[in-house]
Design a protein around this ligand. Sequence first.
Ligand code: TMP
Length: 209
Amino acid sequence: MPPARGLFISLEGIDGSGKSTQARRLAEALRALGRDTVLTREPGGASGAEEIRRLLVEGDPDRWSPETEILLFTAARRDHLERTIRPALEAGRDVITDRFADSTRVYQGATRGDLRALVDQIHSAAIGMEPDLTLILDMDPETALARGLARDSGEDRFEDFGLPFQQKLRAGFQALAREYADRCHLIDANAGPDQVASNIADIVRRNLP
Ligand code: TMP
């Protein structure tokens, strides 16, 4: 008999909201429960997708139109899905991804442009799958932006759109949490990282099969 499919979890939020740290801590918590867990990220998570990532996160903010971004993020996501996410889930492993399609809905669909219908069409044609559970880290955009830029990662193309952009993103993620209320949980990320990690672990434990 094939193994039961693993759990597919995404973490979402504005730039600098602490997603990557929390994704790592959640992976550690699941492994401590004896679950075989893959930690991955978008854009990226497979070698071709990581190449596309560089095109998207580096360089001038005006380098791509929002429409072109939708196509590039979706191309990266398709590669990630084919090579990393689906094989892991089918082998019974849990997958935690730092961002997935909700980022395209909010960044390109609701913030860069008013393009949600196009995002949905392309998503259903090329991806057609949602996480079982999505944790949205909600925090003050000013603090998050300062944190994101302080990292000086060379991947600041979206941070460089500035504070009003991050404020719009936050509202977009809050609206998304209401739209997909059965899958999405809004987490207060202004609390300290230990508190946030413990809140996330509680929600995930309640959703384990
Ligand atoms: P990261 O900094 O969380 O690794 O994500 C890279 C940047 O790409 C971040 O600023 C958010 C942005 N992004 C989108 O605009 N649309 C998407 O679909 C994804 C996955 C990320």
